[in-house]
Design a protein around this ligand. Structure first.
Ligand code: URA
Length: 278
């Protein structure tokens, strides 16, 4: 009898594993298996003598429909909300109302933008830090002060540049944002650029440059080299309209490695020349 019981439980285990595999392939979230019951404990295989009829097993419940992965769902919700916004103010409200980015749960404020497009320059940085989260404005801490000095050096007042980030909420403890965090915000950032219509984009730091230019190239190779950013349509597809885009070293990096300010100064002069040529 012991052998038969072992065979039956092995077959049941195999059937369960096959069903779980099928659900997993279909994209259904599968709960972990319950711990195997020990014989003699409630839920353990019955020790009924052989030959005794068992009640017919109930029909197995149909598996729930395949669930959309949360990150995909968040991005399509962001895309729909962003597409519905027809002004910067409407986009700001849509970002503030969005619940699909996990960073929002730990942030104090949504950080959307500061400044104006008077000069035609839009700066896109990475993520709000402590000060930005507290004040609800991008680049207002130490990095922000340096950013303002970089632009003042080419004659642009902080009020004349429009500044935002690829993330609208501070990652807790300034941790690196996850790919899901970035994906959830990206449709809003793309719409942000499409609605702002800057003449020139400046991507501050590796994460901003890589995300917006869709590359994994390092910032040390990208900095100071002009690229093209194709404006996205409401579905996220690139349009024919391209903007000049300049990746630069992040001011937080320059605070740690001031020797790189010399190269950044050259990059800023290149920006100045570009603006004069437009
Ligand atoms: N660093 C960024 O990239 N953005 C901010 O808003 C502040 C610091």
């Amino acid at each position: 009898m012991g052998q038969n019981l072992t065979k039956a439980s092995t077959a049941a285990e195999a059937a369960r594993t096959a069903l779980m595999d099928w659900w997993a392939d279909a994209g259904v979230a599968v709960p972990p298996p319950p711990p195997a019951p020990r014989p003699g404990v409630a839920g353990a295989p019955s020790l009924r003598p052989r030959g005794v009829q068992r009640e017919a097993a109930p029909e197995p419940a149909a598996p729930p429909p395949a669930a959309e992965a949360p990150a995909v769902k968040a991005q399509s919700e962001a895309r729909a909300a962003a597409a519905a916004a027809d002004s910067l103010q409407a986009l700001k409200s849509a970002v503030e109302a969005f619940e699909g980015c996990a960073l929002k749960a730990t942030a104090k404020n949504t950080v959307f933008s500061r400044g104006a497009l008077t000069s035609g320059v839009m700066v896109v940085g990475e993520a709000p830090g402590f000060e930005e989260d507290a004040r609800g404005e991008p680049f207002v801490g130490r990095s922000g002060l340096l950013l303002d000095r970089m632009f003042a050096a080419i004659g642009l007042d902080r009020e004349a540049i429009y500044v935002s980030n690829i993330l609208f909420w501070r990652p807790p403890g300034n941790r690196n944002p996850s790919e899901d965090d970035i994906r959830a915000c990206l449709p809003f950032v793309e719409r942000h650029i499409a609605l702002a219509q800057p003449k020139v984009l400046v991507f501050a730091g590796k994460l901003a440059a890589q995300t917006m230019l869709g590359t994994s190239e390092g910032i040390m190779r990208m900095r100071g080299r002009w690229s093209e950013y194709r404006i996205r349509d409401a579905s996220g597809a690139p349009t024919e309209t391209a903007l000049p885009a300049l990746p630069v070293l992040h001011p937080a990096f320059l605070l740690r490695q001031p020797a790189w300010k010399a190269q950044t100064w050259r990059d800023m002069l290149s920006l100045q020349a570009k603006l004069e040529s437009l």
